[in-house]
Design a protein around this ligand. Structure first.
Ligand code: NDP
Length: 481
């Protein structure tokens, strides 16, 4: 018997993906640098399906049917390069190497180009959903040559999560690095969404005066409405959890330093290069890094905050409930803005790299399996299905209507955050983005004047074609540049 797929790298992700393939009836060759992990997998889970353990890379390659499909699930970066090289040397033209790790899309582009020269198909596949998703159904975002999807696609469709309408949460995203690019943007959106949820929590706690358990109930209710999502659901769980050792709310015993593995930072760096404004994602990345700067926080700890009303404390119940309602609107509106920025970025990446991304399909494959999974994604899918050329999610009639309905509450919440001394960079930044885009005139006109003044950078006029410069140091007359 030959294996239809091989998985190399059997830490949590690789092991669970291998089990997922086996549980779905595939014969799976398994391999790991350290053989102990391979043995352990077969000992513990051998009964779940048909595994072919391989002690060496040669044995592993020999166990695979042709064209061979090798899924690499090792540490991102240099280890991935080393493992790809090890297998590329043993494979034959037409075989497929899939990198399911968290590679930077530029690395994936480089690897794809190099392997294409050697006649091999290289598929950089974003995989989201963590350990549990890998086992029970992740969202999978494969890039690479379209031909590779012909044989690989049906297998991925079998192991992927399913959207509520039954469609598998995977699709060929686009050529070369498109899959890893889209996965990167997914993570950027995830950062922004988490930051907004965290701000909503802090507002409910510090402005309204709710306890973590009460906020858990509020999130639980929100999870039954338009905010319904995996992230809101787990937020309620985390807030409801009590620390066993101290009996205090878990959220009060965890150090308030948010860590990051880097995909949010990549998203922002890439957006800067593409010239696409993604302030919601950037604020989220910066909020995490700010939280970790103990020395900066200590240096500023004595600075005064606002004089709180009645010395702070709880709002009256009716007032608090009304405030929570406004926070829900603010969170929802800010969420639309963050997702809009993520989709702008995918469009920009698609144009830059010639990927022809299907913006509706991306939303479709994030409906289940991944961290940002939510009914909301189906609405985004619908918006881009109705109009593939939609210039921004903000222009979709249904989202525009909701933003309009939310905007007054949103302003009230951002004002309450400022008045209460609660940092809400995500919500405030999202509102600023909304106001900037809908503005008739931006102060960018003044910026152009400044630039022309100090650097003769020229400007255009609203009333005439052409490029102009004012002779600021002379008689301030205008000349054509
Ligand atoms: P790790 O990222 O911790 O990587 C460990 C695996 O890499 C082990 O199998 C290890 O082998 C192997 N490895 C490391 N260096 C080398 C090397 N030089 N040569 C050969 N093998 C090597 O494992 P995870 O399962 O957490 O993640 C796998 C990939 O999936 C990563 O790229 C990660 O970013 C990505 N990912 C992870 C998610 C998660 O939730 N953890 C979610 C989505 C993607 P050995 O046993 O011999 O040490």
């Amino acid at each position: 018997r030959k294996a239809q797929i091989g998985v190399t790298g059997l830490a949590v992700m690789g092991r669970n993906l291998a089990r997922n393939f086996a549980r779905n009836g595939y014969t799976v060759a398994v391999h790991n640098r350290t053989y102990g992990r391979t043995r352990e997998l077969v000992e513990q889970f051998g009964g779940e399906g048909d595994f072919v353990p391989a002690a060496s890379s040669e044995e592993f390659v020999a166990a695979l049917e042709r064209p061979r499909r090798v899924l690499v699930m090792v540490k991102a970066g240099a280890p991935t390069d080393a493992v790809i090289e090890e297998f590329a040397a043993l494979l034959e033209p037409g075989d497929v190497i899939i990198d399911g790790g968290n590679a930077h899309f530029e690395d994936t582009r480089r690897r794809e180009a190099a392997l294409r020269e050697r006649g091999l198909h290289f598929v950089g596949a974003g995989v989201s959903g963590g350990e549990e998703g890998a086992l029970h159904g992740p969202s999978i975002m494969p890039g690479g040559p379209p031909e590779s999807y012909e044989s690989l696609g049906p297998m991925l469709e079998r192991i992927a999560a399913r959207a509520p309408d039954g469609t598998p949460c995977t699709a060929h995203v686009g050529p070369d690095g498109a899959g890893h690019f889209v996965k990167m943007v997914h993570n950027g959106i995830e950062y922004a969404d988490m930051q907004l949820i965290a701000e909503a929590y802090q507002l409910l706690r510090d402005v309204a005066g709710y306890s973590p358990a009460e906020i858990a109930d509020i999130f639980g209710r929100w999870n039954e409405g338009r905010l319904e999502s995996y992230l809101i659901e787990i937020t309620a769980e985390v807030l409801r959890h009590t620390d066993a050792a101290t009996g205090r709310p878990f959220v009060d015993v965890v150090a308030d330093r948010a860590e990051q593995k880097g995909t949010g930072r990549w998203t922002v760096q890439t957006a800067l290069g593409l010239g696409t404004p993604v302030p919601g994602i950037a604020e989220a990345v910066f909020a995490r890094s700010l939280s970790g700067h103990a020395e900066l926080r200590a240096a500023a700890a004595a600075l005064p905050g606002p004089q709180t009303r009645d010395g702070g404390g709880r709002m009256a119940p009716d007032e608090a409930a009304a405030f929570a309602e406004r926070v829900e609107r603010s969170l929802y509106a800010s969420k639309i803005i963050s997702y809009a920025q993520g989709w702008d970025m995918m469009r920009a990446g698609s144009e830059e790299y010639g990927w022809h991304l299907d913006l509706s399909a991306t939303a479709a494959i994030w409906r289940a399996g991944c961290i940002i999974r939510a009914g909301f994604l189906d609405r985004i899918r619908g918006a881009f299905t109705n109009d593939p050329w939609l210039p921004s999610l903000l222009a979709d009639p249904a989202f525009a209507k909701e933003l309009g309905e939310a905007q007054q509450a949103w302003r009230d919440v951002v004002a309450a955050a400022a008045a209460g001394g609660v940092p809400a960079p995500g919500m405030a930044g999202a509102l600023a983005y909304y106001d900037a885009l809908r503005s008739d005139r931006l102060p960018a006109a003044l910026l152009q004047g400044q630039r022309d003044f100090f650097g003769a950078h020229t400007y255009q006029r609203t009333d005439r074609e052409g490029t102009f410069h004012t002779l600021w140091a002379e008689d301030r007359s205008e000349v054509r540049a």
